[in-house]
Design a protein around this ligand. Sequence first.
Ligand code: ZN
Length: 160
Amino acid sequence: MQIKKNTVASLNYVLKDDEDNVLDQSDSGDFTYLVGTGQIIPGLEKAVEGKQAGDQLNVSIMAVDAYGERALEKIQRVPQSMFPQDVDIKPGMQFEAQASDGNVAIATVDSIDGDVVVVDHNHPLAGKNLHFEVEVVDVREASSEELEHGHVHGPGGHHH
Ligand code: ZN
């Protein structure tokens, strides 16, 4: 079966940046997604369309087509008093924060400047070109229940 809309695909992948650093990987076949619902980066979704179990491919996606360029206006200076007192704030720390567009997203502590915390609301992968080595592990029809819920059930998916 080929990867197409209304199928569930399982992929193994290694994600590297331009310097060959491994940013993320999954090699146990438990990364699954419902095809055609925007659960993975559009460029990757398009590249694996039509592939089937056993196929391997390399996909490079430029930053602008992945998580976008890093935007300077998404870097904010926040008084340390805005953070809970019992949290030891360190550069590199990540937490969930509401961005100016109202969406909750991962923010990263960039640095600490006196009693001001410099917070970066850019996606951790923003500004990076992404290089995926992908292996298609499995492709199956989505169940009607999965299509109705808009997500995968069972291994690698939702349990409820
Ligand atoms: Zn469900």
